[in-house]
Design a protein around this ligand. Structure first.
Ligand SMILES: [Zn+2]
Length: 367
């Protein structure tokens, strides 16, 4: 296709998308199709564009505060916003979810969830759930794997250094694979490595991670308590943020965050911490079984699918989520509601985990 005709095709597609949303056709489709469905939205970070942390934030997983504000307006218009407890009650069979339910979730435990997302959640009077990796609580810096991923995405990481870094960190020579596979393996496996090993690898290579002085990146214990005081539920997101499919100590990754987070929130506004989201969206049927055995009632994946209900009740403890991708829904910095509508209204519907149905573990590029 020549440049002129592909530009014309994009223009036509954009006009068709806009019309389908503005005419109400897409909303009508959603009303009928997703009546007996639970939708879960997955966010990571919300920042102001002039915040010093904006420059080094991973753009795919970061929303400007004004776009997040517009997302909440959109969700309120099209969904019944529910709490984590409502979803648990639906699974237990004690209380059905309303038609077109939506649960808002955040992963990782970034301080901006408290600083920027919470005031907007309060403004719109909508509940949310924050899944936190317990090792990052109170940390000034984010995980080194996030710094590395940022450097890679910004083109600051030389291919030669990436291969050497992999060998030093993993004690293994890099296989003949694409750079993107190498970086994702480091990001998924790296968080559980000992600090000394990581520091030795970086000082041997002099990789520039652009670590500048920035405000604190991760939530503190008191901020987490303040979230619960404002109606936000807390769940676990592993201990170190290592993908459970790579973890050398799954028991610790599952059990430790429950103990730590319950110590933070119990006796405040939440009785227990009994839900989790899988770091990097990675899981297998064995990991699901072990999560349930460890006392988790609900496990959230990163499979972009909606959860089918039966008369308002959830049939499986495994729930998919639709990622809200900042540049995807706001390519010019302003929300395109028709893109958000298409992503959410038409996502595939499923029961009990795409990866389990496929008989494989999830390998999507997720954080
Ligand atoms: Zn994560």
């Amino acid at each position: 296709m020549c440049a002129a005709s592909s530009a014309a095709f994009r223009l036509l597609r954009d006009v068709a998308r806009k019309l389908s949303y503005q005419s109400g056709a897409l909303s009508l489709y959603h009303k009928v199709r997703n009546r007996q469905v639970l939708t879960v939205a997955m966010f990571h970070r919300v920042l102001k564009r002039d915040d010093p942390r904006w420059e080094t934030a991973l753009y795919s997983w970061t929303l400007p505060d004004d776009v997040f504000d517009e997302c909440l307006t959109f969700f309120r218009r099209h969904y019944a916003l529910v709490k984590l407890d409502d979803v648990k009650a639906s699974l237990e069979g004690t209380r059905p979810l309303p038609p077109r339910s939506l649960l808002i979730t955040f992963d990782d435990g970034y301080a901006d969830n408290s600083e920027y997302a919470l005031p907007l959640l309060r403004k719109h009077r909508v509940p949310a759930t924050v899944f936190i990796s317990s090792d990052v609580i109170g940390r000034n810096e984010r995980l080194w794997t996030e710094d590395l991923l940022w450097a890679f995405m910004e083109g600051r990481l030389h291919q030669r250094d990436l291969v050497s870094l992999y060998a030093l960190l993993m004690g293994d020579t890099a296989r003949d694979v694409e750079d993107s596979e190498l970086i994702w393996e480091i990001v998924r496996r790296g968080p559980e490595l000992e600090n000394a090993r990581v520091e030795a690898a970086f000082s041997a290579l002099k990789v520039d991670l652009h670590r500048v002085e920035q405000p604190r990146q991760m939530l503190t214990r008191s901020e987490i308590r303040n979230l619960t005081a404002n109606g936000i539920s807390i769940g676990a997101h592993g201990k170190t943020h290592t993908a459970l499919t790579f973890s050398s100590d799954i028991t610790s990754e599952l059990c430790s965050p429950r103990v730590v987070l319950e110590d933070v929130v119990a006796s405040y506004h939440q009785r227990s911490v009994d839900t989790l989201s899988f770091p990097h969206g990675a899981y297998t049927s064995e990991i699901v079984d072990r999560s349930l055995a460890a006392g988790y009632a609900l496990a959230f994946t990163s499979d972009a699918e909606l959860c089918v209900l039966k008369n308002g009740f959830l049939a499986s403890p495994l729930v998919g989520r639709v990622d809200v991708n900042g540049p995807g829904i706001a390519p010019t910095g302003k929300l395109r509601p028709e893109i958000l509508a298409l992503a959410f209204f038409t996502a595939p519907r499923g029961r009990a985990g795409r990866a389990l149905r496929a008989g494989a573990h999830s390998t999507r590029e997720n954080r």
